[in-house]
Ligand binder design. Structure first.
Ligand code: ADP
Length: 161
């Protein structure tokens, strides 16, 4: 059985993340979506809220599970017996950071491959940061995030219309 972990901040989960999860389920038997706790980032959605969203949206997929981790990614991947780390690659701007991270992770854990997947073109401009910015001004992001995230963004930014 092949297993991959897909780490991220998911603040909040977008349709771009879901696109990557669906694609990775075609390649791997089992996907662990891992919420990475980064104390240096000030998230809009707290850890419990982000976990709750992930569990609600992908809870029906028996081959995917949701966890949270606060350690070194490769240590966590090894502990979970993962064969690969999944990351999404949107544009050239993602490349430099991802390249450094993949090679650093290979240095630390040579047996774990990082696999990059490209989302559908319609999500290749999409980021959680941009979704939050647009939603904070009352812009319509309903085509870009799961319905539950759309509702929670309206609550957070008081932009019910
Ligand atoms: P991180 O803080 O780890 O970058 P994110 O939640 O922003 O957390 O992203 C997690 C992963 O999902 C990253 O590999 C990122 O490139 C990918 N990702 C984010 N948005 C998209 C998208 N629209 N299409 C494809 N991949 C995406």
């Amino acid at each position: 059985m092949t297993r991959a972990i897909y780490p991220g901040s998911f603040d909040p989960l977008t349709n771009g993340h879901l696109d990557i999860i669906k694609r990775s389920l075609r390649l791997f038997d089992n996907i662990i979506v891992c919420l990475a706790i980064n104390r240096e980032k000030q998230p809009l959605f707290n850890t419990d809220e982000r976990l709750d969203i992930l569990r609600q949206v992908i809870g029906d997929e028996p081959r995917a599970s949701v966890t949270v981790f606060e350690t070194l990614l490769v240590d966590y991947a090894q502990k979970m017996n993962a064969d690969a780390i999944i990351r999404g690659l949107r544009a050239v701007s993602d490349f430099e950071f991802e390249f450094q991270m993949a090679l650093m992770n290979r240095q630390l854990a040579p047996a774990i491959e990082t696999v990059y997947l490209m989302p559908s073109a319609r999500y290749s401009f999409l980021s959680s940061r941009l979704v939050k910015e647009v939603a904070s001004f009352g812009g319509n992001v309903s085509d870009l995030v799961p319905p539950i995230v759309n509702e929670l963004l309206k609550e957070k930014y008081h932009t019910w219309s």
